[in-house]
Design a binder for this molecule. Structure first.
Ligand SMILES: *Cc1c(COP(=O)(O)O)cnc(C)c1O
Length: 217
């Protein structure tokens, strides 16, 4: 679906939810997509992108930033602690902060660099064993840990279980954010971004609806 159609659907969902126009940021998720598709979306003016793999992003974005100017990059995949340094050099935001060892590493990097990407704590709202993220019951304590380390928390992120209604998961994430005084809500993908906006999403992560299906070959 063309970028303009996705943007129009986002603006309509903002309006339907009684929210200000432009209060939702579209993150175009370009992981694994062929370069020409990414270039086409850059040419249409999109400047906020999401990637899942540090190595793939590091191989792709420095050259694209040279050509297209300022691009805001969001890390939305699991982040290994030993890749944290490369990640903070490349990304403007990290949506997958999910454990104390990573929080401590990011805090050390922030101290030496004097800056830190915007951080979202990933919450495993479906309590799925194979999925990353802090369990809902542990989230308040983890947020407190991050704050005691001086980390700049922007908000929370979740990926609801596949094949389930996303709405209760979005509502849960919104509730945890509200009671912790966090404004950012990274939730909603191609199949459910309008539902996420109705529940207060500030960042929607949309891949295949913009770029077409991913071919993992
Ligand atoms: C791949 C991915 C997306 C985009 O998914 P689509 O269904 O293609 O929109 C969003 N968020 C995360 C965390 C992802 O890994």
């Amino acid at each position: 679906m063309p970028l303009d159609d996705i943007l129009a659907r986002i603006r309509r969902a903002e309006q339907d939810a009684g929210r200000a126009g432009g209060s939702v940021t579209l993150i175009a998720v370009s992981k694994v997509q062929p370069l020409p598709r990414v270039e086409a979306v850059l040419e249409q003016g999109q400047r906020v992108f999401g990637e899942n793999y540090v190595q793939e992003a590091a191989g792709k974005w420095p050259a694209l930033r040279e050509r297209f100017g300022k691009v805001e990059l969001h890390m939305i995949g699991p982040l290994q602690t030993n890749k944290a340094k490369v990640a903070v050099d490349l990304f403007d935001a990290i949506h997958t902060l999910d454990r104390p060892s990573l929080a401590e590493k990011l805090a050390r990097l922030a101290d030496t660099r004097g800056t830190c990407p915007e951080l979202f704590v990933q919450v495993n709202t479906g309590e799925e064993p194979q999925k990353a993220g802090v369990l809902p019951a542990d989230t308040d304590a983890f947020i407190a840990t991050c704050r005691s380390l001086g980390l700049p928390l922007a908000g929370l992120m979740c990926i609801p279980p596949e094949g389930e209604d996303s709405a209760p998961h979005f509502a849960m994430l919104s509730g945890i954010a509200a009671r912790n005084g966090l404004a950012g809500l990274s939730m909603g993908m191609s199949a459910d971004f309008e539902v996420a906006i109705a529940h207060g999403a500030t960042h929607v992560r949309v891949g295949s609806a913009i770029f077409g299906a991913r071919d993992y070959g």
